[in-house]
Design a protein around this ligand. Structure first.
Ligand code: SAM
Length: 286
């Protein structure tokens, strides 16, 4: 396990994923029932963009850096930038929030969050970040095993009917990770069918993802969509040219919100004229 998210925090892929995560939280908290959120691959919770790792790659410049500089007038982007600014007020001008921080920021007092991280130093930092937030349980454990153990969610006497699972693996072993994630989703849907699930995935060549789309369309969810952002042409298998989110059981209107967001993101974060955003339904509710 060599992957460290500090090298990539705040890049175009984080931006897409974190904007969508906040939009999902806001849609789900529109109803009063308490929510359960599971972040299976949580990372360390908070990042320092002036640290060595982030500075070495400079990836954040092409992501959050550009969005802050251009601040496009788009509701989901405005919401995300406000969350990043809130994080910076608390943790300093170079801070960048990880997914569990954003969940804790967007969710309410009665909601609960389980954040899992396998790498020991990252997990120790994750536990430190949330030590004083009793809504958040930070675990050093395998996120896929946690899906089996924690779904359907029940804490004490409370059963959670509604909520969100974010699966954000490092994709170190590309093809195997797609298999593992799809298997985990199929299994979890069997036990918690009403949950909203999000899987982040990298895009090198989109064409190579066809088998993944076909398999995702057969998952036993009511509805399945992908939201993708390419920052340049997907003609090289050697680099990450973009990324996507597979969203199962998205809330009402999430697709329309993302349809409005993706062109603005492609304009702001695109690195060539081939930059593009696209939303695709793989399965629609009847
Ligand atoms: N979700 C985070 C965010 O948006 O801020 C970033 C997560 S990063 C892409 C993936 C993380 O998963 C890494 O910190 C890595 O150490 C961790 N990891 C790798 N395999 C794991 C597993 N099987 N279970 C839990 N965490 C894992």
């Amino acid at each position: 396990m060599n992957y460290r998210h500090a090298f990539h925090a705040g890049n175009h892929a984080d931006v897409l994923k974190h904007i969508a995560l906040l939009a999902l939280c806001d849609a789900l908290t529109a109803k009063p029932a308490p929510l359960f959120a599971l972040d299976t691959h949580a990372g360390r919770g908070l990042y320092a963009l002036d640290g060595n790792s982030a500075q070495r790659t400079g990836e954040a410049e092409g992501g959050i850096g550009r969005l802050l500089a251009e601040a496009p007038k788009q509701p989901l982007i405005g919401r995300y930038l406000a969350a990043v600014r809130a994080c910076r007020q608390e943790h300093g001008a170079a801070a960048y929030p990880g997914s569990p921080w954003l969940l804790a920021h967007a969710l309410r007092a009665d909601d609960r969050i389980a954040a899992c991280e396998l790498q020991p130093e990252e997990a120790a930092q994750l536990k430190h970040v949330f030590a004083r937030d009793e809504r958040v349980a930070a675990h050093q454990r395998d996120g896929y095993a946690a899906m089996k153990a924690l779904l359907p969610p029940r804490i004490g006497a409370t059963r959670y009917n509604r909520g969100l699972v974010l699966i954000d693996p490092p994709f170190e072993a590309q093809l195997a990770e797609f298999d593992t994630a799809l298997g985990a989703l199929r299994e979890a849907l069997g036990r918690w069918p009403q949950g909203t699930y999000v899987l982040w995935y990298p895009i090198k060549r989109r064409r190579a993802l066809q088998p993944f789309y076909r398999r995702a369309a057969t998952l036993p969810a009511k509805s399945v969509l992908t939201a993708e952002l390419l920052v340049r042409a997907d003609d090289s298998p050697l680099r990450m040219n973009g990324s996507g989110l597979l969203v199962l059981n998205p809330p009402w209107h999430f697709d329309q919100q993302m349809q409005a967001l993706l062109p603005a993101l492609a304009r702001t974060l695109g690195e060539s004229a081939d930059a593009a955003g696209a939303l695709q339904w793989l399965k629609q509710a009847e």
